[in-house]
Ligand binder design. Structure first.
Ligand code: AMP
Length: 173
């Protein structure tokens, strides 16, 4: 087993001064490390009932797509504003470094779908909270959220759990 944290080097002051950015590219570039990350994610959610996987643009979608194929589940992209053709629903949210919005297509989910939300890194948790609200506004349910890494100092887990969401992460830093 590899220590996957070694494949997620910290890049200081990117994309803004003061941000310690975790670069996922070395992990993606190593087939065994990427496979181990996906296998761990799958194992972490194996007891959840999941009908569909939703991945958050940009880097969350990479893991979500691979996990969806691995778990034989359909994939729903949750994207930055203006990328998805209509009709879409939008949520605005605060990021560790700035403000942003997310959109999903109206027709993305069936009413009682149990949706697994996937992102690469949980920082403040704001992105996943916004994604969860989109799922819920469309009448589907969030089975839980899974990510490769959570940044403990920013305590996104507490915000997500306070909103009633189950959280699983492969790595904590
Ligand atoms: P947050 O909404 O604060 O939990 O931020 C999570 C989102 O921003 C994820 O989609 C990450 O890709 C990205 N992100 C935030 N902080 C970092 C970081 N320090 N390193 C890598 N990605 C980050």
């Amino acid at each position: 087993m590899r220590d996957l944290l070694q494949y997620l080097p910290v890049v200081a002051d990117f994309p803004r001064p003061g941000i310690a950015f975790r670069d996922i590219c070395p992990l993606l570039a190593d087939a065994a490390a990427f496979d181990q990350a996906l296998a761990s994610m799958e194992e972490l959610v194996q007891h959840w009932q999941v009908d569909r996987i939703a991945g958050i643009e940009s880097r969350g979608l990479i893991f979500a797509a691979a996990l969806a194929a691995r778990m034989h589940l359909g994939l729903v992209p949750i994207r930055k504003p203006g990328k998805l053709p209509p009709q879409t629903l939008r949520e605005n949210y605060a990021l560790e470094y700035g403000q942003d919005g997310l959109e999903v297509q109206h027709a993305a989910f069936q009413a009682a779908d149990q949706v697994l939300l996937v992102d690469d890194v949980i920082a403040t948790g704001g992105t996943l909270l916004a994604a969860a609200r989109l799922v819920q506004r469309l009448g589907a349910r969030v089975a839980g959220v899974v990510s490769v890494l959570e940044i403990r100092a920013l305590d996104g887990r507490a915000r997500l759990e306070a909103a009633g969401l189950e959280v699983r992460t492969v790595l904590r830093d």
